[in-house]
Design a protein around this ligand. Structure first.
Ligand SMILES: *Cc1c(COP(=O)(O)O)cnc(C)c1O
Length: 373
């Protein structure tokens, strides 16, 4: 099953190799290790994201450098990346966040100009197509998470994709203690892994059971993306008509957008200076489905904090560098103050029900405006 999923997902993403992994986090660690990133290296990550990219960088003893995002798309900004590059920068991890896609062409140009690796974190964007190519196939390695809330899921799970056969061989060994699948495949009763040992690995393998769930989910993914995309178009149009409410932008090269969370931007002044958690609470009660705030900026994220643990004490300079922020992440802070999000399952509702969402924003506007004038 795992080999069948690997082939099916490589085919789906449009890359030559897919290595299934236990999680998106392990795929990130394996990607960094496959690129031989380690002590003394810096890796640029977005300042607005789930913490996994930065955590993975510390797992290989490199230093994560969070930088600001684009105010329109909420995704990492190419100018912020370029400003943060130093002679120690080895890679950039970009995250296609929520319901948008990074400016891949511009970021790729920066990576190429400075000779830096590009890792695409597609944990939230399975099936997005940018300039005719699915995400996960634009950089040196693309990683995916199949955690329970993600657009394709097996409860826990992940994958790393690449077009480079050498990186693929390293990724395979990294996730199976230096072993690779037999080629040709094992016969019944034969053990499927052979010992290679080019690189020191650990166990980050996906189980057969999860692979079976993913094969099944993959068969429905395109239909679900199409359903959500129609909902996305409707919501972006209808919410755009409300004063003080807006949605995210995306690069014109995006041919198809997969959605993880749907973000709605609001102008606090139009909502009686309400905070996003207050608006989210109101919308949750009104719509009967949970709305929430975005991730906090990395420099204010309680899941990303200075740790006195000895595993980070490569040396004093390293330990303080991990949690140092050179970029103030001001766009991340502004986005966090002015955005609420809802999970993609809301976009799978049938047509008429979707009208409740713009209606709830109109009533929230009245509620907060008159309540606080
Ligand atoms: C979910 C997520 C991950 C981590 O995936 P896990 O499978 O939970 O380890 C990494 N990056 C981003 C952007 C994510 O949203």
């Amino acid at each position: 099953m795992e080999r069948r999923f690997s082939e099916a997902f490589a085919d789906y993403v449009g890359v030559s190799h897919c290595i299934p992994m236990a999680s998106g986090s392990s795929a990130l660690v394996a990607a960094l290790a496959a690129l031989d990133i380690g002590v003394g290296d810096e890796v640029i990550v977005p300042g607005l994201t789930w913490v996994a990219p930065a955590v993975a960088v510390t797992a290989v003893n490199a230093v994560p450098v969070p930088v600001d995002v684009d105010k329109g798309s909420l995704c990492i900004a190419s100018e912020a990346i370029e400003a943060a590059i130093t002679p120690r920068t080895k890679a950039i991890i970009i995250v296609h966040l929520y319901a948008s896609t990074c400016d891949i062409e511009q970021i790729k140009a920066v990576a190429e100009r400075y000779g830096i690796y590009l890792i695409e974190d597609c944990a939230q964007s399975h099936g997005t197509i940018y300039a005719g190519q699915k995400v996960g196939g634009h950089g040196h390695i693309g990683i995916f998470s199949m955690h329970q809330g993600k657009p394709l899921t097996s409860g826990e799970g992940g994958a790393a994709c690449t077009n480079d056969p050498e990186l693929s061989a390293r990724l395979e060994q990294l996730r199976a203690n230096g072993r690779r699948h037999r080629d040709p495949p094992a016969r019944p009763g034969e053990f499927d892994l052979v010992e290679i040992g080019d690189v020191l690995g650990t166990n980050m393998a996906l189980s057969e059971f999860q692979a079976a769930l993913l094969l099944d989910g993959l068969a429905r993914l395109d239909e679900q993306i199409a359903h959500r995309e129609a909902a996305l178009a409707y919501l972006e149009m209808s919410l755009g008509d409300i004063d003080g409410v807006g949605t995210v932008s995306r690069p014109e090269q995006v041919d198809r957008q997969s959605v993880y969370h749907f973000p709605v931007r609001f102008d606090p002044e139009s909502f009686g200076n309400a905070f996003p958690d207050q608006l989210a609470e109101y919308l949750t009660a009104e719509l009967g489905l949970p709305w929430a705030c975005t991730y906090p900026p990395m420099n204010r994220n309680r899941l990303w904090r200075a740790s006195e643990e000895r595993r980070h004490a490569v040396n004093d300079q390293h330990r303080s560098a991990i949690f140092e922020f050179t970029d103030p992440l001001s766009n991340c802070a502004e986005i966090h103050r002015t955005t609420v999000i809802v999970h993609h399952r809301a976009l799978l509702a049938e047509g008429k029900k979707m009208e409740a969402i713009p209606a709830a924003f109109r009533s929230a506007r009245e509620h907060f405006h008159s309540g606080r004038g």
